[in-house]
Design a protein around this ligand. Sequence first.
Ligand code: BGC
Length: 818
Amino acid sequence: MATLTVEEKVRLVVGADMWTTIPIERIGLRPVVFSDGPAGVRGTGRVEGETSASFPAPSALAATWDVELAARAGAVFAGEAARHGVDVVLAPQVNLQRTPAAGRHFECYSEDPLLTGAIAVALIRASQDRGVGMSVKHYVANDSETDRTRYRSIVDERTLRECYLAPFERAVHDAGVWSVMGAYSGVDALGAAAPVLEHAPLLTGLLKDEWGFDGVVVSDWLATRSIGAAVRGGLDLQMPGPDGPWGEGLLASVRLGAIPVELLDDKVARLLLLARRVGALGDAPRPEPGTPEQAAVFLREMTARSVVVLRDAAGQLPLAVPADRPFTVALLGPAATDPFIQGGGSAYVRPDHIALPADALREALPATAELVVHRGARARLKPPPLDVADRCTDPLTGERGIRVELLDAAGDLLESCTAAEWNGWLATPIRTDAATARLSTTVHLTEAGDHELGFGTVGRHEVLIDGRVASASDGLVGAEVILSSVYNHPPIGTVTVKVDEPADVDIRADLQVVHPVGYASFARALITHRRPGPSAESELAEAVAAAAAADVAVVMVGTTSEIESEGFDRTGLGLPGNQDELVRRVVGANPRTVVVVNAGAPVLLPWLPDTGTVLWAWLAGQECGTALADVLLGVTEPAGRLPWTLPARAEDVPVPDAVPRDGEITYTEGPHIGYRGWERSGAEPAACFGHGLGWTTWEHEQAEVTTSPDGATVHVTVRNTGARAGREVVQVYVEPPAPDPERPVRWLGGFAVVEVEPGATATVAVNVPRRAFEVWDTAARDWALPPGEHVLRIGRSIRDLRLRRACPRSPLTRPDPV
Ligand code: BGC
């Protein structure tokens, strides 16, 4: 510290670029490298074609309720980080699933703070023990996406402490997390209403002074909006850089004396400590890189275990597939042919590989079994991308592909090329003097009928398809399109071309090259094409006929990146497209049907009560197919339990949306988040919090409670009453001594996983920490243990409670200090 100049100190607290901090060779400091995110470690994009192990979306890990598995996941994260040269992973996300409509619901663990905190702590510890830091996010009350950079959450302090802050507190206290990411949004609590990054009571008062957090508070990307207020509030590192408010003005403010250098020194010290922890300062060895093979083996097991058996009335699981006679499996549904393996947005990684369900099942089924595959329904509302490699020609050179010309502001040509493949983006480093990308191509339409050609982009543009204006705008855009995710899902202008004989159609587009501060320059060109094809009805009929003729039908339905992503929330809870109809008709045609739901956040399943077997299989990551095959064919028990509540009817959902009103989101439900709201209203969900059947049946035989000032321990004896070995998640819920409208009816106090052979019993110890009994006393500014005897309810889910024990208060009470 003493050898650093003020200039160096200022540069240290601002990103050097999108993902790294600056090096200072003189003191042996190399850049600290950050990378997303909670579903794998993406890397910094510097290596062309870089791929990563693609984890299931995080709710799946929480659905295992298994902290040991979470620790193994943390170790794989560390290996992945090392493999990609990353020091700090921007994960886990411990915001709570306050509403099922939240766009990034899939990135969060649970609607329960205790489960969220327990999984996060295990993951963070395991990763940091291996020298890879974690940046837990998004501090705090950033539980939805609509208008995410502007809204302010109004939360009373007790709710904030007992629910939304709780997982962050555990990450700091129990895992010693090295970094915390401050959210885009604002919070009105603890006596201040301000953007989080300027919220001194939250960042400096609570996180740093009260909890003793010694790590780095990093801004969410581009979230920093001020110099003085953010510096004083408690932000330590502005990302990305080198521009932005701190990059442009911090040095001047320090030189003018407007910001005391001591404030800067605290931030620099934190950054140097982080650098030392990750081995970027000093000579600590770099962590051991993992291999794609190791990650794949782990992910296959973890993904299979996370699958939740919602219903198996027909007792079909695992499938009995004879090896000595013909047997037909009909694999149906849009998620079978095009599985949605990860949510959209910054959590995205480019997978090392994708084990598709059809391939994995074919491989796993005996040779005598036949697999037939049909899409049957449509989940995507937008048409698919145009097949550029197959249909397009550069009009100038006649080569296959799209002609791309970069023009400067005066319209002069800077450079040009033919792009033989097109993924919807022009994103190779684009020169800063490029103002316009001109795309031109000739599309060959061969099939007779109506072809719908579409074009989506952002910023100033004019797009002509077949000489007709498909889309045009004069509005220039900047980084805001990234934060709102408009650039991922641009509105699409379409033109329909009727074809009798094969025909050629020209597309010509002048597009703004967007130069967003901090992020790489790009031009967006999502070109879509819906060709004439079978009608929706004939596709359905084909799948239903295949189901009727098969021995068993497996129907995979789910959401898509159009539904679950970053920058927006969902507007409804139904499955997109005509998927409900597919399920209904397949179930009608073949009672031996297994429905597999491929989604992160809850969707309404109106056919659930009439369907024999239903599995919730998450956004399953790269091992979606292998894990499903293992579950269906009996290799791995689908031992998941829902970490949230599955509604039966949208109108029962306690917090149905998260749309800010006049820029504010008021947490009027207080601590009654998620299942606690359902317990209060008494409404019947389709499947409750904690539910999951697995492969066997259980009896909870005995429970003994012992207490100490640190909390209670419940020794629970369970018997596996089924015919297969299985894993039980023993759940302990706490009830207040007397009904109290300010406290939930009951809440999760602890849980533990146990594996038991058929017919055998096992006793498992469930810890219920003292905090699970306490309330935050806002007036006394401390935690308090309410008088009376709490009740412990032990069971398989919040609505399947088997045993009841009183929890004597006296040993919980700490002796008075002498
Ligand atoms: C997201 C963060 C992410 C960051 C960097 C932001 O838009 O909110 O979760 O870590 O981008 O990609």
